[in-house]
Design a protein around this ligand. Structure first.
Ligand code: 5RP
Length: 220
């Protein structure tokens, strides 16, 4: 049986429900896989206390299914964060931000005890970097950050028609072979004007639910 990519996303979205306890507040990410997860939440009998959402888009979808939204500042920590990825390597380090929600995603990941990444198998890679690395940048720093990125061998491309939920822009960095994700994340974090780097290596995923052609693999 060959499943379409969306069917694999739906399967991992369903599978994530088993980790959720009634009456808890969970972190919810952003993207098409998470949208399937929100649909599965709606169909389930789970009674969530609420969710901390990583984007206006996810907030809208969660409100539509009557889930209460909490601000990150209202909770000291979360047990669980469920989100997708653009790429995830065998060490559970990720590239995220294809949906431009990387900053709020990183904040929620940081306050969560367990990060469950839900992804179809096309996202599972040996080396990160084929997917252009999204970087959220303060608008006035766009050119300066671009020059710094060229110095380290990347090709930054300004994402057209994209303003993040925080009022910033995105540079998608092409042609980086990311062999040492943590080091690169730290190096980029030091460039003034960069708000968030879409590399999730310092705070990586804890569990990967990977949708393959015939099953969901639970990788820990
Ligand atoms: C959004 C993200 C998403 O998790 C990532 O882009 C994956 O999206 P999708 O589930 O649509 O493949 O980081 O900022």
């Amino acid at each position: 049986m060959t499943l379409h990519q969306n069917e694999k996303k739906k399967l991992v979205a369903q599978s994530a429900l088993q980790y959720i306890q009634d009456e808890t507040i969970i972190g919810v990410g952003t993207g098409s896989t998470v949208n399937f997860f929100i649909e599965e939440l709606k169909k389930s009998n789970l009674r969530l206390k609420g969710a901390v959402s990583s984007s206006e888009e996810s907030t809208k979808r969660l409100k539509e299914i009557n889930i209460d939204i909490y601000e990150a500042n209202e909770v000291s920590k979360l047990d669980l964060y469920i989100d997708g990825a653009d790429e995830i390597n065998h060490n559970f380090e990720m590239i995220k931000g294809g949906g431009a929600a990387l900053t709020r995603e990183k904040i929620i990941a940081q306050i969560s005890d367990k990060f469950i990444c839900i992804a179809d198998e096309s996202k599972y890679v040996k080396t990160l970097g084929k997917f252009p690395l999204p970087i959220e940048v303060i608008p006035m720093a766009r050119s300066q950050v671009g020059r710094e990125i060229v110095k380290i061998g990347g090709d930054p491309v300004y994402r057209q028609n994209c303003i993040t939920d925080n009022g910033n822009i995105i540079l998608d960095v092409h042609n980086l072979m990311i062999n040492e994700p943590k080091n690169l994340e730290e190096q980029l974090n030091n460039i003034p004007g960069i708000v968030t780097v879409g590399l999730f290596a310092k705070r990586k995923a804890d569990i990967l639910l990977l949708g393959t052609s015939d099953c969901v693999k639970n990788i820990t």
